[in-house]
Design a protein around this ligand. Structure first.
Ligand SMILES: *Cc1c(COP(=O)(O)O)cnc(C)c1O
Length: 400
């Protein structure tokens, strides 16, 4: 097999794509891995080369804000994993979300956003887009009736996450796409950070754009910030144009770390799926636990959708204890293997009391009004032995 620009066939499995897609090309000195092209700019042999560059072909690198070879290799791998024509990397997940939305909408247009979503995405739509004359309607997660009713002539994009945060509601992307009847022109944009392409491939079910915070599972080691948007070539080109203006580009070193992380993504996600499933079942049976939200449990409101449309249920489990704010804090403090912190998807397990991490400025009553109880805990499992994580949780449940 020639090693030059080997592209896996479409039917290659996700594990093969994760290892080889985009990155199996001829590297300097026969290196197996893609080097970090730590350069800000690129020079031209002569002005003739410059002229041919700007006349289109052959395309080459020009300046770091418009692309970097390490970044391009990583984008090819991500596009292969999502099954899209193209992918575009960013400095962070928020940069991917905001640049994409700014590329899609203009004054006078309308966005529909699922309420149970990343708080900064909601803030961006409700405060930043609002400043520029773009209106946002918030709807309940997966409430297709409410989305259908909210669609206006000027609706440009419907943004949802699946699974959502923190209640892990899963959305049937195909059913959402089916709302795009004649005369409706909106794009379907899915933030699939919690799902990863291993558990769900929204593009295959009709999503126009798939966004991830690559900081989470895609990177997988709690050591980088990045974001990505995947979609058809014309839309990605338009978003790339906006990125060239806004400047939220990925660093070449982060792109390298992301390539490295992606190679083990399928392995990591399968393990995290299995660990989370077992811990969710243990928690649900525990007398000190009030309720567990995990799409793999039959008790979860969107279990049926998850079972039908996903290959795994993910590594995040949310649960409420039979406890008040302080007793819940004592439980969190009593865990030893879990780091107390935001984020998810890395090899290290993390845990957070949602009321303190994201909603500390609200009172108990205000939090209850938006559906966040003081005893709500979000756990993101890493790659430790499940027996050790289970023993740690059981001991902490005894202790509070
Ligand atoms: C973390 C996260 C983001 C933001 O990503 P950053 O990389 O932190 O900018 C967006 N959406 C979801 C669902 C997230 O979990």
């Amino acid at each position: 097999m020639s090693s030059d620009s080997w592209l896996p066939p479409d039917e290659a499995g996700l594990d093969t794509l994760a290892v080889h897609a985009g990155t199996r090309s001829e590297q300097p000195e026969g290196a197996v891995t893609v080097p970090i092209f730590q350069t800000s700019t690129y020079t031209f042999r002569d002005t003739a080369e410059l002229r041919s560059h700007f006349s289109g072909e052959p395309h080459r690198m020009e300046y770091g804000r418009y692309g970097n070879p390490t970044q391009v290799a990583c984008e090819r791998k991500l596009a292969a994993l999502e099954g899209t024509d193209a992918a575009l990397l960013f400095a962070s997940g928020m940069s991917a979300v905001t640049t994409t939305l700014l590329a899609l909408v203009r004054a006078g247009q309308h966005v529909i956003l699922v309420g149970d979503c990343y708080r900064r995405t909601r803030q961006f739509c409700q405060t930043v887009l609002a400043k520029f004359g773009v209106e946002t309607t918030l709807v309940g997660a997966g409430d297709l009736g409410a989305i259908d009713a909210a669609i206006q002539k000027n609706t440009r994009v419907v943004v949802t996450e699946s699974p959502t945060n923190p209640y892990l509601n899963c959305i049937d992307v195909a059913a959402l796409k089916a709302l795009k009847t004649k005369g409706r022109r909106f794009k379907v944009m899915i933030d699939a950070t919690f799902a990863t392409p291993i558990n769900m491939r929204p593009h295959a079910r009709g999503a126009d754009l798939v966004v991830h915070s690559a900081t989470k599972y895609l990177g997988g080691h709690n050591d980088l910030l990045a974001g990505v948007v995947c979609g058809s070539q014309p839309i990605i080109d338009a978003i790339r144009e906006m990125q060239g203006i806004l400047g939220g580009i990925v660093d070449p070193h982060a792109a390298y770390l992301l390539i490295r992380g992606l190679k083990t993504l399928p392995l990591r996600v399968r393990q995290q799926n299995a660990t989370a499933m077992r811990l969710a079942a243990m928690l649900e049976a525990h007398p000190k636990v009030d309720q567990v939200w995990y799409p793999g449990l039959e008790s979860h409101p969107t279990h049926a959708i998850a079972r039908e449309t996903m290959r795994g249920y993910g590594g995040v489990v949310s649960f409420a204890l039979k406890a008040d704010l302080d007793a819940t804090s004592r439980f969190i403090d009593a865990t030893r293997l879990f780091g107390i912190g935001p984020s998810l998807g890395g090899v290290e397990s993390l845990i957070e009391q949602v009321a303190l991490m994201s909603y500390i400025e609200l009172t108990t009553e205000q939090r209850a009004a938006i559906g966040i109880s003081d005893s709500l805990v979000r756990m993101a499992v890493g790659l430790e032995n499940v027996e050790d994580l289970e023993a740690d949780l059981l001991a902490a449940l005894e202790a509070f």
